[in-house]
Design a protein around this ligand. Structure first.
Ligand code: NAG
Ligand code: NAG
Length: 806
């Protein structure tokens, strides 16, 4: 999409030359010559000024492109209060339990807790933190619309949180949350529970938006919600002590620290000393600050059940509470279980109740992990001197991990959509719509979305700025294509889904076109991931844009590189575009011809097949002769560091030593025809235990590869260098199922499907039973979960695998 990149400097020279050549006349009077020279001089100055202006405005134009939105109609038309059923929700996946609305300017509510006795060592629980070492936590049931039910285990207590909504009225209706604390050791140890309300940077605080406490009730006002109240009503059990504070916090990311600073030691007849909430000293000192954080602390005897009842002023229907809450929740639970079985048929397939429960938890935590974010990414292009802010935008999206990655990731969301769409195509399309509205005028979408200070506080600095040269696999496009192909009835003319797809189409096309132009390789029909950087330290420079981070590629990044996975992604993207265009009754020819060209096996083989190893591979400037050496820094204070040493010069060649997921892409994305002889070769190698096959799923990299489970730098452990990843195993299973249906390899594909499915499902379930979590990846050596947890992003695809749904 970047057209018309002029070379202003050259044009300037050209014009100089022209104007000076016209001063060649010699037989003119001194005066006229002077005039003539003067006018030439003026013309010259004028031209130069003009060219400088053109240059500057061209630069300015190029500079602003990176953060200029695409000029097409937005896909999301109805937002906030216009979609009442979806207005309130657990849209704060990064905290253990919190509520907010789908409004860019929403107050937030949430929970903290700490053990009275052990507070010194265990600290205050608030944001989902791996270091809290909870035995398990996560949504057990969550339908994305009406309710959710979560279990948090923090010995010696179990905390169950749930919520229900009563939508309606002008201001988003009511909701009720329930916090149910039981003790697991039978000793009924007291617990300190905190419920708070807060206004984030989007609302500020002051005349338009306020929070305060009156007689133990949290009260507030915002322009969108009008007046609201939050009553804390104990349902079971006793409150031993209650305190609250009205305070100012500088951002949502410091609520826990702010809370901590508000505690004062008080005397209590039964407990001796007790930490209670006191006034905020800072608020008094600084008259510019207004109350934006109101925590209410309850010291409770367990078992204890609290109803948190949020009501809006002008809505006469009473909120759900007490025993009615218990009954309604039981009803919704029953309905959820019924719908889950209808959709996935796991009981019918013979899974035990325990396994079905894990599958429900996996899907519910993905759906319960959906957040609503608002803010501006930091982005950079080659024309911006400094990173610049993207436009402020809202993003409704699932997240890969509530503890470690509580924000949106572009290619992950494509995988999430496969499972979410099976549960609710409405939610899937709504999420995709929000992502597609983030397209800039070039057709680019930033790959990681860090919106708002709460999200920003959890991202290491070096990952914040997003470059507009960076791609990420177009899985989201494939998933929309998949929904259109498998559920064409949803997109009938004049249906609401059809309207959404209509608005999506120009955006999908711009995104697709961006890939085709910016990620092209040197050779015809080849493609190359951008953003690889040889810093002399990494054993093999990372390819973060491919999604497979440290998966080994050519050792020396260069423009001659071609990446087989990206070429296959582009095949699948062209196919998805053709599918979508066909349903919308639009021109499909150009997508089909690209797809057919990229599906031409002879062309693919010319670029990527190694007759020597009988495998597909990347091509580039490569050597396997790399190793780490310790190098003494010139500055003696800095000591030594480990750098890469190249022992054999690189050559242009296929990177055949990196056999792994990348080599499988022509099968994974079904580029190969069922009759393909090369498909037969891939299938032959698939179940070799010294290569990719493990009892826990397919490893990302062959055990025989020189970089198998090798660190990439001194401080960078292996990531996609042998571990088993659920998303690629899902693609492999989908492909094996596809090739089981026809062709000479059908029988082999079918046997591999059964064996691989058994391995993947057994291991993910047994690791959940052993540890209470789904993981980012699993060891190819012993099957143990590794990376972060809970990871109910694409690992939750285990539900679709159990259900044989592809
Ligand atoms: C609280 O949780 C316990 C344990 O699951 C359950 O038995 C009890 O019925 C719950 N109480 C309420 C009021 O929901
Ligand atoms: C629970 O469901 C039953 C049957 O669907 C219905 O009659 C009843 O009113 C529901 N109760 C509540 C509290 O929602």
């Amino acid at each position: 999409m970047v057209r018309n990149r002029k070379q202003p400097a050259q044009q300037k020279h050209g014009n100089n030359h022209e104007s000076s050549s016209s001063s060649g006349a010699s037989d003119v009077s001194f005066v006229s010559r002077t005039f003539h020279l003067l006018s030439i001089w003026k013309t010259f100055v004028g031209v130069v000024c003009f060219m400088i202006a053109v240059y500057i405005s061209t630069l300015g134009y190029l500079e602003t492109r990176v953060n200029t939105p695409l000029g097409e109609e937005k896909v999301v038309i109805d937002a906030g209060l216009a979609v009442p059923d979806m207005y309130w929700g657990s849209y704060r996946p990064g905290v253990y339990f919190g509520m907010k609305s789908r409004d860019p300017r929403s107050p937030v509510f949430g929970m903290m807790w700490y053990e009275l006795a052990a507070s010194a060592h265990k600290g205050i629980r608030h944001q989902c933190e791996q270091n809290d070492n909870l035995p398990t936590y996560g949504w057990l049931r969550h339908d994305g619309v009406h309710f959710g039910e979560q279990l948090i285990s923090d010995p010696p207590h179990d905390i169950r949180t749930s919520f229900l909504k009563t939508p309606g009225g002008e201001h988003g209706g009511h909701w009720t949350a329930r916090i149910n604390i039981t003790s697991t050791d039978g000793r009924n140890t007291p617990l300190v529970l905190i419920w708070y309300g807060a206004l984030d940077e989007s609302l500020g605080a002051g005349v338009h938006s306020r929070l305060w406490v009156e007689r133990d009730t949290l009260l507030g006002h915002t322009p969108a919600l009008g007046n609201f109240k939050v009553h804390l009503v104990p349902h079971t059990g006793k409150i031993i002590h209650k305190s609250h504070s009205e305070a100012y916090a500088s951002g949502l990311q410091v609520l826990k620290e702010k809370f901590y600073s508000l505690l004062r030691v008080d005397k209590h007849p039964n407990f001796g000393r007790l930490a209670v909430l006191g006034p905020d000293g800072e608020l008094k000192k600084n008259i510019d600050t207004e109350v934006n954080f109101v925590p209410i602390q309850l010291l409770v005897e367990t078992p204890f059940v609290l109803d948190v009842i949020y009501t809006t002023e002008d809505f006469p229907i009473p909120p759900i509470k007490g025993d009615e809450y218990t009954r309604t929740l039981a009803n919704l639970t029953k309905e959820f279980d019924k719908k889950f079985e209808e959709k996935f048929k796991l009981k019918e397939k013979g899974y035990s109740d325990e396994d079905v429960g894990i599958a429900k938890a996996a899907m519910s935590n993905m759906i319960g992990g959906i957040g609503y974010f608002y803010g501006a990414s930091r982005v950079q292009s080659q024309y911006t001197k400094e990173p610049v802010p993207y436009w402020k935008a809202a993003l409704y999206t699932a997240v890969p991990s509530r503890s470690f990655f509580p924000r949106g990731f572009l290619w992950d969301e494509g995988f999430h959509g496969l499972l979410i769409g099976r549960w609710s195509p409405d939610i899937q399309l709504d999420i995709a719509a929000h992502w597609l509205d983030l397209l800039n005028v070039e057709g680019w979408i930033p790959r990681e979305q860090i919106l708002g200070v709460e999200a920003l506080a959890r991202v290491p600095k070096e990952f914040v700025v997003q470059s507009n040269a960076a791609a990420n696999p177009p899985m989201l496009l494939l998933t929309i294509g998949h929904l259109v192909k498998t559920r064409p009835e949803l997109f009938k003319v004049d249906s609401p889904h059809r309207d959404i797809l209509d608005r999506m189409f120009p955006r999908l096309q711009a995104w697709y076109q961006w890939f085709q132009t910016t990620q092209k390789g040197e050779e015809a029909t080849s493609y190359r991931w951008r953003g690889r950087d040889n810093d002399g330290v990494q054993l093999n420079p990372k390819t973060l844009t491919s999604g497979l981070d440290d998966y080994p590629r050519a050792s020396h990044p260069s423009y001659i590189e071609r990446h087989v996975d990206l070429r296959c992604w582009m095949y699948a993207a062209a196919d998805a575009m053709a599918t979508i265009a066909r349903v919308l009754e639009l021109e499909t020819d150009k997508f089909e011809s690209t797809r057919d060209q990229l599906g031409d096996e002879d062309l693919l083989n010319e670029l990527h097949w190694s007759p020597h190893t009988q495998t597909y591979a990347d091509f580039g400037l490569h050597t396997d002769g790399v190793r780490f050496v310790r190098q003494q820094s010139k500055n003696p204070q800095e000591g030594s560091k480990v750098v890469r040493s190249v022992t054999i010069a690189p050559q242009p060649r296929l990177v055949t030593s990196a056999f792994g997921y990348v080599s499988l892409f022509p099968m994974l994305l079904k580029v190969l025809q069922p009759e393909s002889e090369k498909l037969g070769k891939i299938l032959e190698m698939l179940d070799k235990p010294d290569l990719l096959w493990s009892p826990y799923g397919l490893r990302s990299l062959s055990k025989l590869s020189p970089l198998y489970m090798k660190r990439n730098t001194e401080h960078d452990p292996p990531y996609w260098r042998g571990q088993v990843w659920a998303n690629v195993n899902y693609l492999a299973l989908a492909a094996l199922r596809h090739y089981s249906a026809r062709g000479p390899h059908a029988q082999r594909a079918s046997a591999l499907y059964t064996a691989l499915k058994e391995n993947v499902v057994r291991n993910i379930l047994s690791e959940y039973k052993r540890t209470g979590y789904l993981y980012e990846q699993y060891s190819g050596e012993d099957g143990r979960g590794s990376g972060c947890k809970p990871f109910t992003g694409w690992t939750a695809l285990v539900v679709l695998i159990m259900a044989d749904e592809y």
